[in-house]
Write a protein that binds this ligand. Structure first.
Ligand code: GLN
Length: 483
């Protein structure tokens, strides 16, 4: 069953080629042999996985079980899951076993998906390299000394290495699309508000959005069907009529207008990445799409705007980790203030502390107008750029990142260098738009390159269809690393 997609697993389970229990056991044994090389999975709970698989087999035997029944999945370590350590890859939550389950996880459990384990990530989803995890760096399955990307690096690596047919990630400024691109898989960040954030540990609440990561666009569509939906426990959840994302997957793309933002193809872009995007353009043209050049003039301001807003929100969200209610508490302290200080300085890693410091600074009296308010104004300009662009095109195509995955350790002393790599992904979150990453080839070192499709609000079905059409005529998404 190795190298099977979600759709293929669904078929194999329905046709009784394999039972949910056998499937779970196969993946667990793969994880045990391969994970020591990757460090992509941080928690297993075999007893729980096998119990869920047995329940899935029972439901399948009774007939009428939902399509995803018995299909295994791995959750990024920031989704709270009852009975599982939900640590956000932080020392702060290392001992936290969640008493409740995130809505999005519950939605997938309700359609019978089986939890295989929990994926490594950057601590509290802050990072682009998966090097800030308390549990250590995730290796890229295509080249073990390269980064898998972040913050959903573990989720991307498990799918790429075929340790699970699917994983859940979250995307605040690119954390689904960027690791998906570095690891050669497909991932989608839906329109803000489509997937409930309840039970997903908050990093930057106005930007965070959960999404599926899998081998193909078709798999992502199937997963998304069960993930989206209104949730009264999330005040920013959207109430919309349910869509079936798999229904629109065979629409011809003839006549579609695809915009290439000139700012996404400027100096900082690696030549091999640019070439890979050109190959995707050629595929789209061959299928009858029209290509136009567009402009997103405020692109270069997105990094500054994003890192001010994300850090500001992070500093307030993370104030709840104080050593009192849950999480790490320093063993020795003099008084309450000392306990707060020690618990937080010992419990958080360097990148998280950096964000808290920046966030507290930009929100402080005297700097609020100069930084936070300015960043919010830029955010509006960036969102307006996209609305202008969508007057000229149906979707936008561009790179996900300026380069393919780089060597571990190369940006650790220079966080700003790391932040600059988020130039093509953060504008999407600032605007709240849907966007996806799909495999678009390999560079001369054999590392994957991703292409990004960005759509207007609620055009997930359109993006998934375009990606699916590309995947019908290319085989980049079928390639598998030799581990
Ligand atoms: N790299 C970005 C950051 O560090 C995005 C992370 C994310 O999307 N969670 O904030």
């Amino acid at each position: 069953m190795k190298n099977t997609t979600v759709i293929e697993s669904v078929r194999a389970l329905k046709n009784k080629k394999i039972s949910a229990l056998e499937l779970a056991q196969e993946y667990l044994s793969q994880i045990k042999t391969q994970n020591p090389k990757l460090n992509a999975v941080v928690t297993l709970n075999e007893e729980c996985t096998l119990a869920e698989a047995k329940a899935a087999d029972k439901a399948l035997a009774q007939g009428n079980a939902p399509d995803l029944t018995g299909v295994p999945i791995i959750y990024k370590d920031l989704f709270c899951q009852k009975g599982w350590r939900s640590a956000c890859a932080s020392k702060m939550l290392d001992s936290f076993v969640s008493p409740y389950t995130a809505t999005v996880v519950e939605n997938l459990q309700n359609v019978g998906m089986v939890t295989l384990g929990r994926a490594n990530m950057d601590e509290f989803a802050m990072g682009s390299t998966n090097e800030s995890s308390f549990y250590g760096t995730v290796s890229n399955p295509w080249q073990l000394d390269a980064i898998a990307g972040g913050s959903s690096g573990g989720s991307a690596a498990v799918v790429a290495a075929r340790l699970a047919p699917a994983a859940l990630g979250s995307d605040t400024g690119g954390s689904i699309r960027q690791p998906a691109s570095y690891c050669g898989i497909t991932g989608i960040k839906p329109t803000y508000g489509m997937v409930s954030r309840f039970g997903m540990v908050a990093y930057a609440s106005s930007l965070d959005q959960a999404g599926p990561m899998a081998q193909t666009a078709e798999d992502c569509a199937l997963l998304l069907n069960s993930m989206v939906g209104f949730d009264q426990k999330d005040s920013t959840s959207l109430e919309r009529a349910k869509e079936d994302y798999t229904q629109g997957l065979n629409q011809p793309i003839k006549g579609l207008t695809v915009g290439l933002p000139k700012e996404y193809f400027s100096d900082g872009l690696d030549a091999e990445v640019a070439k890979a995007i050109e190959d995707v353009v050629a595929q789209l043209q061959a299928q009858g799409a029209n290509i136009v050049q567009i402009s997103l003039p405020h692109t270069e301001l997105s990094i500054a705007s994003y890192y001010v807003i994300a850090s500001a929100e992070a500093s307030t969200n993370l104030s709840r980790f104080d050593g009192v209610r849950y999480g790490y508490r320093t063993p020795q302290y003099d008084d309450l203030t000392d306990m707060y200080e020690k618990s937080r300085s010992e419990g958080f890693g360097a990148e998280v502390k950096r964000r808290i410091m920046i966030g507290t600074y930009v929100l402080s009296h005297g700097y609020y107008d100069a930084y936070y308010v300015k960043a919010q104004q830029l955010r509006r300009l960036i969102a307006n750029d996209f609305q202008e662009a969508f007057k000229k095109c149906d979707v936008i195509l561009g790179p996900v990142t300026p380069s393919a995955a780089y060597l571990q350790g190369s940006v650790q002393d220079d966080p700003v260098k790391m932040y600059l790599g988020d130039i093509y992904t953060t504008p999407v979150n600032l605007a709240g738009l849907p966007a996806m990453s799909l495999p678009a080839g390999f560079n001369s070192k054999g590392l994957p390159i991703g292409a990004q499709l960005i759509g207007d609000y609620f055009t997930e079905a359109k993006l998934l269809n375009i990606a699916h059409q590309i995947q019908q005529v290319t085989d980049w998404h079928k390639k598998m690393p030799a581990l």
